[in-house]
Design a protein around this ligand. Structure first.
Ligand SMILES: Nc1ncnc2c1ncn2[C@@H]1O[C@H](COP(=O)(O)OP(=O)(O)OP(=O)(O)O)[C@@H](O)[C@H]1O
Ligand SMILES: Nc1nc2c(c(=O)[nH]1)N[C@H]1C(S)=C(S)[C@@H](COP(=O)(O)O)O[C@H]1N2
Length: 210
């Protein structure tokens, strides 16, 4: 049994993040998981308020992945769940199916943009079936996003592509995450612009605190 203690929001803007690394080899100890540490490091650097994390390392099994997603959202209370791994065409790659099985809405724009970004790095980006969905339950909703398994792909996808001066060439998908979390009733999150500039329509931007 997985332990599922609910994360407690210390502040209304506290973001509760679930991280799920999906890898047969990392989950069986053949190699060390780099997915969860990579995601934690990126989020701690990108967000103005460091989030609270709940993490799970699971094999490429549909039921285990779906169970981890449900547990992180329904029992732990996460607002955002990022998965890494298992999005390719290999027989054991089942992360998109396991994600869809727990979804109430599909968010196809994320998958479209992730493949666009990844194509700037590797021509095999079209092999990734990664998707994003919402899971809406009584009184709570969460965004789930599938990222590729290669540790370096985590940053590439979330942050996008920049030129040598740091100017954004292709926006990373994280630019749209804060507004999506607003719209599903989650906390108001702010990012470090030098890592990724969050976009919100003017009417949704909160006045700076004085
Ligand atoms: N959690 C991880 N930690 C470190 N490296 C990883 C991890 N997941 C994937 N990788 C690396 O990225 C590559 C592509 O990821 P993919 O999710 O397709 O893995 P895979 O080939 O299905 O193998 P496995 O599920 O055993 O990680 C892997 O072959 C591996 O080199
Ligand atoms: N940004 C980025 N996306 C990427 C890659 C990468 O190196 N960088 N690798 C691709 C490859 S080779 C595959 S097969 C798919 C699926 O990867 P997964 O099975 O690890 O999820 O992601 C693709 N997306």
């Amino acid at each position: 049994m997985m332990e599922s203690s609910r994360l407690i929001r210390r502040h209304p803007d506290d973001l509760l993040v679930g991280l799920v690394s999906i890898s047969d080899r990392a989950s069986s100890g053949i190699y060390e998981d780099q997915g969860i540490p990579g995601l934690q490091q990126w989020l701690n650097g990108a967000l103005l308020q460091p989030p609270q994390f709940a993490t799970r390392l699971v094999p490429d099994e549909t039921e285990a992945i779906s169970a981890a997603l449900v547990e992180l959202i329904d029992a732990v209370g996460c607002d955002l769940v990022l998965t890494t791994g298992g999005t390719g065409p290999a027989r054991r790659d089942v992360t998109p199916e396991a994600t869809l099985a727990v979804a109430t809405k599909e968010m196809p724009g994320f998958g479209e943009q992730m493949r666009q970004i990844s194509l700037k790095f590797v021509p095999t980006a079209i092999l990734s079936r990664q998707m994003a969905v919402l899971r809406e339950i009584d009184g709570h909703a969460a965004l789930i996003i599938n990222l590729p398994g290669q540790p370096k792909a985590i940053r590439e996808t979330l942050e996008g592509l920049k030129d040598s001066e740091g100017k954004s060439l292709v926006p990373g998908i994280f630019a749209a995450v804060p507004y999506c979390i607003d719209l599903i009733g989650g906390p108001y999150i702010e990012t470090r612009e030098e890592v990724v500039k969050a976009f919100r329509p003017k009417s949704a931007v909160r006045a700076p605190k004085v």
